[in-house]
Design a protein around this ligand. Structure first.
Ligand code: SAM
Length: 444
């Protein structure tokens, strides 16, 4: 089909427009909200009560977005960001608030959003699970960029809303075990023959043992591998030539694992398996799931989105039987291996895409006392109705996205469940993200 070019009306670029805005409240993504010329305006970097000089980046008929250029009247909650990379790095958007204030404002914003979406009032909030504001991340992706013209490497994180890598020498939220990564890479990369083949390095702190997974788009010669190994000999090093294809570089390599000390459990995993990023919050979260579900040895539990068995093993220790479903087949094998490793025999697992209509299967029967689900950010797309159709007395929902949680909660409420407990879990301090745990009970 021939496309005829028609010149549209010249639009005024919003990029040049700056406005003064009074901020009313924070939204669930940590952005300030204000009103201007009949539009709702989302102001990144602004706090409730502040007046800011805002650079508009996008305007539509009813909505606009912008970035704070200058705070004209600051909130008493505003503080100096602790990290020198705050202005450029894409990671920790809320550092201009204390960890306490971040959690309080995030919970308030999520409360308003859930009430608005579900029609509920007075949500049954329980005490939040808190976290240290620094050094909590056990996993991160460190970007590597080679500038051909200047023959120079940049090691760091992607800048906010940008593909450019911003040089970082120290990361506030990364586990201290992984802190050497920046100096090690900066020192060794220029010595490599094929250093420009490295696009990023994934780092992992598995209960104190550092792992470095080097993603390279061309083969790395043996001599380059040796230089990397020598630069941090206590770490385990792996190469990743293709996404998901890992080669351990050391003969004494052992797969990463973490422990859940309260439950005396060990969980092994592979470098690309999902694990919860904040080990201290994860430990408390698993314990809280047990406390809220109160499993006993007469109960059958269905667990959905089970990953490598983070909740499954702990549940199986306290119940008659747990059946775990997970979309990634390799992680299903990992649950089974982890069950063996911990001598647990009442846990079964299977692979299923839970967002498709569920098949007729032994596990798809209304025989469960409780269902635990912990979906990815998209939420339980299409699964919520199928869970409710099984009719468990209790549903425990762990969510990393309050928006998809609110949509699913609405479906559970409509299917006859009551929200009886809700708690924030500060899994990602300094960022706008908030993890939630909710307990639903079927009305009699
Ligand atoms: C937030 S993680 C939780 C994993 C585990 N509960 C934990 O605490 O480590 C979500 C899990 O859901 C799985 N998943 C994502 N989409 C899925 C789908 N459509 N069907 C089944 N599993 C899915 C992912 O592979 C991942 O393991």
């Amino acid at each position: 089909m021939v496309k005829i070019y028609q010149a549209g009306k010249a639009k005024k670029s919003p990029a040049n427009q700056a406005i003064q805005l009074k901020i009313d409240r924070l939204d669930h993504q940590g952005q300030g909200i204000g009103y201007w010329q009949g539009k709702i305006v989302f102001a990144s970097g602004a706090l409730p009560g502040e007046t800011v000089d805002l650079q508009l980046t996008d305007t539509k008929s009813k909505v606009a977005k912008g970035k704070v250029r200058r705070v004209l009247d600051a909130s008493p909650l505003r503080q100096q960001a602790a990290c020198p990379h705050f202005a450029n790095c894409g990671g920790c958007q809320l550092q201009y608030l204390s960890a306490e204030a971040q959690l309080e404002l995030k919970q308030q914003a999520v409360d308003q959003m859930i009430c608005h979406q579900t029609g509920l009032k007075d949500l049954p909030w329980q005490p939040a699970i808190r976290s240290a504001g620094a050094g909590y991340r056990r996993r991160a992706r460190i970007g590597v960029w080679f500038d051909k013209q200047q023959q120079r490497f940049t090691v760091g994180f992607r800048q906010a809303n940008d593909k450019t890598i911003s040089a970082v020498a120290h990361c506030l939220v990364l586990s201290p075990v992984l802190a050497p990564v920046f100096s090690v890479l900066n020192q060794v990369l220029p010595q490599l023959k094929q250093g420009s083949a490295i696009t990023h390095v994934e780092v992992l702190d598995a209960d104190g043992q550092a792992y470095l997974i080097v993603r390279h788009i061309r083969a790395l010669p043996e001599s380059d591998q040796q230089l990397l190994l020598q630069a941090w000999p206590d770490a385990f090093w792996l190469g990743e030539a293709q996404p998901g294809e890992f080669t351990a570089w050391q003969a004494d390599y052992r797969p990463p694992e973490y422990q859940l000390a309260e439950q005396k459990l060990r969980l092994q995993f592979e470098p690309d398996d999902f694990i919860q990023v904040n080990p201290e919050v994860n430990r408390q979260m698993v314990q809280q799931a047990l406390d809220w579900l109160e499993p006993d040895l007469t109960q059958n539990i269905l667990e959905l989105y089970s990953g490598i068995g983070n909740f499954s093993l702990a549940l199986a220790q306290r119940t008659k039987a747990v059946h775990a479903l997970e979309g990634v087949a390799t992680m299903v094998r990992r649950i089974e291996q982890n069950a063996q490793l911990n001598k647990i025999s009442n846990l079964t697992a299977a692979q299923a895409d839970l967002h498709l209509p569920w098949p007729k299967a032994d596990w798809n029967q209304p025989v469960y006392d409780a269902v635990l689900l912990d979906p990815a950010r998209a939420g339980a797309v299409g699964a919520a109705e199928q869970i409710a159709a099984l009719g468990p007395a209790r549903i425990l929902y762990v969510s990393c996205n309050p928006v998809s949680f609110a949509a699913d909660a609405k479906l559970f409420l409509a299917a006859g469940y009551q929200l009886v407990k809700l708690a924030a879990m500060d899994m990602f301090p300094q960022t706008s993200h908030l993890e939630l745990m909710a307990l639903f009970r079927r009305r009699k």
